[in-house]
Design a protein around this ligand. Structure first.
Ligand code: SF4
Length: 436
């Protein structure tokens, strides 16, 4: 085997896992190909958070099976959350697959090559092994932004969520390994580092809490933005808020999932906080870090959600004034507690609620972004803009995308004056290249 092609679906954790898979395969000499048809090993790294995502991945795997079916030296593998949830069914659903591996197998991906070449599959590997290897710089998908995994799994069992079943219980990565990985990234010119985990606030390695980890990493990140996600409102303590306020490099942005504005629905979701707990936390964060931008996740149409309860969500979203929101329509995920209940909000009602929510959030996002017009902001040049060849797309501490004329090297920190805003992005112009 000389080459591989990797397709990754899903969240930031999966992107990170995909980079770890690439690192392992490159460490045993495999090269990545642009097209699946040129690869000896095709890996689809899957997401199962929604039933539709799982179905899409299975469809793609079966289409790719045509490339490996009659080629004895070509192999097809499925990794990620879907195998972790449904390993046994997968071999029936995807008959061309040679290897099924779960999220706990990242530490042994390099051994897959020998295993497959020995023959005798298909193999199903879904047990937990040790922590995954650090992602090598060469396998990072961006030259300036990087995710660093600090913990995996989740103990929260929100009633709609499959993650604790497929990613297992919380495990924190050793602090020393995280420090080494971030240090290497910063020394190599990375300018935007995100610590990731399903619930980063639960991080603990011996005596090191998440707030302490954040403080240690902040000290390494001079000249770079330091971010972390995902946070759980019930676990985000004052010490984390204090570290955000004191940190020299902690970005002025926080993603804090709300999910719903009704206390009854929050309890049904098993979220562990009330709407007023959430508002109090946001007030504290805004006091500690004035001007911070907040984004969130909101779900509509959870079983038994009444019109009045949806209105509570809408009212709270407007009251808090998030900079952005990922909005979701509830759909049952087999294996979760909520899926045992009737999915009783009619589809047309779910559609109406999500449309109303998206419209409201779009207006709020526009208003929040318009507040940047006229300001000068330090902007990290990331890549050429998708809009035009002679334009650069960058990112600011508040995690907003800024497009500006001119071609700048990825990694440059530029002073940019914001001239225009839409609901999604900002537009500006560079006002000098020194003094930042
Ligand atoms: S906190 Fe809740 S929604 Fe987030 S991963 Fe854990 S169970 Fe899922």
């Amino acid at each position: 085997m000389e080459t591989y092609h990797l397709i990754v679906y899903g969240c930031q954790m999966n992107v990170y896992d995909g980079e770890a898979v690439a690192t392992s395969l490159q460490s045993v000499g495999l090269r990545e190909t642009e097209k699946p048809e040129d690869a000896d090993l095709i890996i689809v790294y899957t997401c199962t958070v929604r039933a539709s995502a799982a179905e899409r991945a299975v469809g793609r795997i079966n289409a790719l099976g045509a490339l490996t079916r009659d080629a004895p030296s070509k192999y097809l593998a499925i990794g990620g959350c879907l195998p972790q949830a449904e390993a046994d069914n997968l071999l029936d659903a995807c008959p061309d697959v040679d290897l099924v591996f779960g999220t706990g197998q990242l530490g042994r991906v390099s051994s897959f090559v020998d295993l497959l070449e020995t023959g005798g599959g298909p193999y199903v590997l879904v047990d937990e092994t040790e922590w995954e290897p650090s992602v090598a710089l060469a396998a990072r998908t961006s030259p300036v932004r990087a995710n660093v995994s600090i913990m995996r799994g989740c103990n929260n069992y929100c009633s709609y969520c499959i993650v604790p079943y497929v990613r297992g219980q919380e495990r924190s990565r050793p602090t020393r390994d995280i420090i080494d990985e971030v240090d290497e990234l910063i020394q190599s010119g990375y300018k935007d580092v995100t610590l990731i985990g399903q619930n980063v606030n639960s991080y603990r390695d011996g005596g090191v809490s998440f707030a302490e980890l954040l403080r240690k990493i902040d000290a390494l990140c001079d000249g770079a933005f330091l971010r972390f996600t995902t946070n759980h409102p019930k676990d985000m303590g004052e010490n984390v808020v204090g570290t955000m306020a004191d940190g020299r490099n902690v970005a002025r942005h926080l993603h804090l999932p709300l999910q719903a504005g009704s206390d009854r629905i929050l309890a049904e979701m098993n979220r562990g906080y009330t709407a007023s707990d959430y508002v109090r936390l946001v007030d504290n964060i805004r006091k500690a870090v004035p001007g911070i931008c907040l984004t969130t996740d909101v779900m509509v149409g959870f079983p038994t959600e009444s019109e009045r309860e949806f209105e509570k969500t809408l009212t709270l979203v407007k009251k808090i004034g998030f900079d952005g929101a990922y909005t979701f329509v509830y759909s049952p995920r087999e294996g979760t507690a909520a899926a045992e209940r009737p999915d009783d909000v009619p589809p047309e009602e779910k559609r109406r609620r999500i449309t109303e929510l998206i419209k409201a959030q779009r207006e709020i996002s526009l208003e929040r972004n318009e507040g940047f017009v006229g300001r000068e902001v330090v902007t990290l040049a990331e890549k050429l803009s998708r809009r035009a060849d002679d334009e650069t797309a960058g990112r600011i501490s508040e995690n907003k995308t800024v497009n500006f004329p001119g071609t700048y090297a990825p990694g440059e920190m530029l002073p940019v004056k914001i001239t225009e805003a839409s609901s999604w992005t900002l537009r500006g112009k560079v006002i000098g290249t020194t003094g930042v």
